[in-house]
Design a protein around this ligand. Structure first.
Ligand code: C5P
Length: 222
């Protein structure tokens, strides 16, 4: 059977990575979390006291930075210069700074080039904000996931509590809204639904329902 590219975009905490993993598993495709790549360079900037608003310095550190997404038994691991940063990129410090780093056109140019290389061979499920519009504009299946901010904050809250992380629902709501605003209003490939993407509102759907709807879109063209 032919291998395709599946692009999944949408706002923060809409469940993209959860369903992307299920879909990738089902099809034996590779899952690529592009948000993890922006998070990794954000972590490196914070660790090296590089200002997240300094585009030139960010581009310079990117030039000598390796970011690898590797599949392991415990799921996908993120390697920053061959150091495992899978957990470190999920802290609220990284989460609350990543959208500033991702605003810069030259940072995006570098990231998009890396992501396009990863998608070249097809057989990929890639999630992010600009996958259907910019990274893989010719993706065979494009999905745009949305959900109310209340629902997204609630899901993230439950996730945090289950992981034993401190969590404040109102705070989460504010942070999600802030990140969506920056991601949607930036000039360089903002978060926007591709014209030919299928929009799925996941507010009152289960994870499996969403995955099934995406797989249905895939079956239509395979
Ligand atoms: O997907 P995740 O929430 O981990 O993404 C973190 C941040 O990375 C987003 O809020 C956005 O600022 C940036 N991002 C992006 N383009 C992508 C993926 C993520 O700008 N394709």
């Amino acid at each position: 059977t032919k291998k395709i590219a599946i692009a999944i975009d949408g706002p923060a905490a809409a469940g993209k990575s959860t369903v992307a993993k299920i879909v990738a598993n089902k099809l034996s495709y590779i899952y690529i979390d592009t948000g993890a790549m922006y998070r990794a360079i954000t972590l490196k900037a914070l660790e090296n006291s590089v200002d997240v608003n300094n585009e030139q310095e960010l581009v310079e550190i990117l030039e000598t930075t390796s970011i690898k997404l590797v599949q392991s038994e415990e799921g996908q691991r993120v390697l920053l210069d061959d150091r495992d940063v899978t957990l470190d990129i999920r802290t609220s410090e990284v989460t609350n700074n990543v959208s500033y780093v991702a605003q810069h056109p030259k940072v995006r140019e570098d990231m998009v080039a890396r992501q396009q290389q990863l998608a070249e061979a097809r057989g990929v499920v890639m999630d992010g904000r600009d996958i259907g519009t910019k990274v893989i504009p010719d993706a065979e299946v494009k999905i745009f996931l949305i959900a109310s901010v209340e629902e997204r904050a609630k899901r993230r809250h439950v996730e945090n509590i289950n992981k034993g992380f401190p969590s404040d629902l109102e705070q989460l709501k504010k942070e999600i809204e802030k990140r969506d605003l920056i991601d949607s209003e930036r000039e360089a490939s903002p978060l926007v639904k591709a014209e030919d993407a299928v929009e799925i509102d996941t507010t009152s759907l289960s994870i499996q329902d969403v995955a099934d709807q995406i797989l249905h879109q895939v079956q239509k063209i395979l």
